[in-house]
Ligand binder design. Structure first.
Ligand SMILES: [Zn+2]
Ligand SMILES: [Zn+2]
Length: 67
């Protein structure tokens, strides 16, 4: 059985030295710790949810909860 770590994530932001976002939209891992943490509004999260982002790229909060 394989455990879920962020090494399995193939989002391209992990490979970039200066990713444009602080968190990965697929696994929620930090891809750029140098970016300031943003306080998001519910509208921002709703918009990202529509774009199929599982995690918020600004604050790392989980947007889509699997059932
Ligand atoms: Zn990731
Ligand atoms: Zn957010």
């Amino acid at each position: 059985m394989r455990t879920a770590t962020h090494t399995v994530c193939e989002n391209m932001n992990h490979r970039r030295r200066d990713a444009p976002v602080s968190h990965c939209p697929q696994c929620g891992g930090v891809v750029n710790p140098n970016l300031a943490k943003t306080a998001c509004t519910e509208r921002v999260h709703a918009d990202m949810r529509r774009r199929q982002s599982v995690y918020c790229v600004h604050c790392g909060e989980r947007l889509i909860i699997p059932r």
